[in-house]
Design a protein around this ligand. Structure first.
Ligand code: Z5A
Length: 209
């Protein structure tokens, strides 16, 4: 393999990304791939600090434009230090959220025009795009119910249902425009049924390469 494979996991709150990330990693390792697991915002020292600001600054009002630029600042570091080196070494990069989340949350959720996101995406990423994105889709209420069983909500989790409905729609719109890359998984099903859908996609896309 001359270049590794870049796989991202996306979805609304409580959709099961973190749960399924473990399943995807194990599937890839059984297939003989070397896997680098990472996340956004985060994945580097700078990225994790930015994540802390973005998720846990309870009193700080952050303008949507600043929020988007912070996501891309963290991403730029992540691409340079983690993602590109791993791909160049032929590894599989498995990333919990990437730029589709910016289109969904800062675009759909916060209402920033997608042309601005496109411009910064092109500048920061050059030609780097995920090879495969698994979109874990679940109705907002059901996802929030699953997520709500955890501790105190972060800055995003405190948003209302309308915000998350826009996020979900933005994700689904992107998947409809790029069906080959972005595969929608019905995450409202049982874990076993979700894993079956994920396996089918991995067999088709990863084994098929
Ligand atoms: N963000 C952004 O705004 N812009 C960007 O560009 C980027 C990110 C990159 C951090 O994300 C926040 O950053 C995110 C968007 C923003 N904010 N939000 N909301 P995160 O990924 O770290 O946090 P999260 O979205 O809150 O993830 P999450 O709520 O942990 O969701 P999840 O990982 O998809 O869910 P989970 O932890 O795997 O599962 C939730 C629970 O459901 C858990 O108890 C599971 O055991 C259970 N579960 C999972 N699957 C099932 C099934 N199939 N049946 C029953 N129960 C299940």
């Amino acid at each position: 393999m001359s270049r590794g494979l870049f796989i991202t996991l996306e979805g609304g709150e409580g959709a099961g990304k973190s749960t399924n990330l473990v399943f995807v990693r194990q599937w890839l390792q059984r297939e003989g791939h070397e896997v680098v697991v990472t996340r956004e915002p985060g994945g580097t020292e700078l990225g994790e600090r930015v994540r802390d600001i973005l998720l846990h600054s309870k009193q700080l009002h952050i303008a949507p434009e600043s929020e988007m630029l912070l996501m891309f600042a963290a991403r730029s570091e992540h691409i340079a230090k983690v993602i590109r080196p791993a791909l160049a070494a032929g590894k599989v990069v498995l990333c919990d959220r990437f730029t589709d989340a910016t289109y969904a949350y800062q675009g759909g959720g916060r209402g920033l025009p997608s042309e601005r996101i496109v411009a910064i995406e092109n500048w920061v990423q050059g030609d780097l795009r995920p090879d495969l994105t698994l979109l874990f889709d679940i109705p907002v209420e059901a996802g929030r119910e699953r997520a709500g069983q955890r501790g105190e909500p972060d800055r995003f989790e405190r948003e209302d249902n309308e915000f998350f409905l826009r996020v979900r729609q933005a994700y689904l719109n992107r998947a409809a425009r790029e069906p080959a890359r972005m595969r929608v998984i019905d995450a409202s099903r049982s874990l076993e049924q979700v894993e079956r859908q994920v396996t089918a996609v991995l067999e088709e896309v990863v084994r098929g390469r």
